[in-house]
Design a protein around this ligand. Structure first.
Ligand code: PMP
Length: 281
């Protein structure tokens, strides 16, 4: 597998970074995961804009223009066989003697790799997935897509330990998001999702879903969702670049709505499938 590291394409097994990289020492970096269908990145502009916002928040200079990122990502995609890929882009503050304070004018470390895109199975789409709830004990800058993911890793493991696919997070009695996904709630035909704030990652898939739903005339509302509203939902969905949109059909072992993927899910899933690939011709 070919990856990209600091200006060079090389086999992943040969890519090496110094142990003093601040990404390793402090988790001092940001990343993106970009889904690629038929060799075409989906909503690349959105991913590059979010990368810029994450870098700005960490005060790391963006090492590439959007045009250059587009070129490099295109080259990486071309070096892989499968048409559907998942491109991982990672920028850290760089390599320096260990000290919390960050040195000025450090050259950022840039790493990219691509894997075959593995989207949900037919069974997951048809039957939905299980989720558990967990306390959102992360920091107050969940809007930054940081590589420092320890809390998310521990929260995701709660789901795995319970044989579930995702942990749905609650902070102070309100839904925030999943350990690695945004969460949508459907009640009485209205699609609701927590508003964008420092408490959630502004998902690129979240935006796509809202656009698709609104375009189809479905009512969407960004508003706070309480724990009791979450538990009384007719449908729950999770969204992310690689999982697209999936129905959550049990929450903490209890059925969500009728316990099967609902009619609104089926519509939005069909719209997603119809729009995720580049238009032919
Ligand atoms: N929230 C969190 C915490 C995530 O890790 C992800 C996936 N990276 C998302 C939401 C969904 O974001 P996106 O739709 O851009 O993949």
């Amino acid at each position: 597998m070919i990856c990209y590291l600091n200006g060079e394409f090389l086999p992943l097994a040969e890519a090496k970074i110094p142990v003093l990289d601040r990404g390793l020492i402090f988790g001092d970096g940001v990343y993106e995961v970009i889904p690629v269908y038929d060799r075409t990145p989906l909503r690349l502009d959105g991913h590059l804009a979010r990368l810029q916002r994450s870098l700005d928040a960490l005060r790391i200079r963006n090492p590439n223009t959007a045009a250059r990122w587009t070129e490099l990502i295109g080259e990486l995609i071309a070096k892989h066989e499968t048409a559907d890929q998942s491109v991982y882009v990672h920028v850290t503050r760089g390599v320096a003697k260990r000290d919390h304070a960050f040195p000025k004018d450090l050259a950022p470390t840039v790493f990219m790799m691509s894997n075959p895109l593995s989207t949900p199975s037919v069974e997951q789409v048809e039957r939905g997935v299980a989720a558990v709830t967990g306390t959102d004990n992360r920091w107050f800058r969940c809007d930054i897509k940081s590589t420092a993911l320890l809390a998310n890793v521990l929260l995701r493991q709660l789901a795995i330990d319970a044989g579930a696919a995702e942990t749905v997070l609650l902070r102070d009695g309100f839904l925030t998001e999943g350990s690695a996904a945004n969460i949508f709630v459907v009640k009485d035909g209205i699609i609701r999702m927590p508003p964008k704030s420092h408490l959630i990652l502004p998902g690129i898939t979240y935006d796509f879903i809202v656009e698709l739903a609104s375009g189809a005339g479905l009512q969407c509302e960004a508003s706070d969702v309480s724990e009791s509203e979450l538990r009384a939902a007719d449908e729950l969905w999770l969204t992310s670049a690689t999982r697209e949109v999936l129905a959550i059909t049990t929450l903490d072992g209890r059925p969500v709505g009728k316990g099967v993927p609902g009619p609104m899910f089926r519509r939005i899933h069909a719209l997603y499938q119809a729009h995720k690939r580049p238009k032919k011709g």
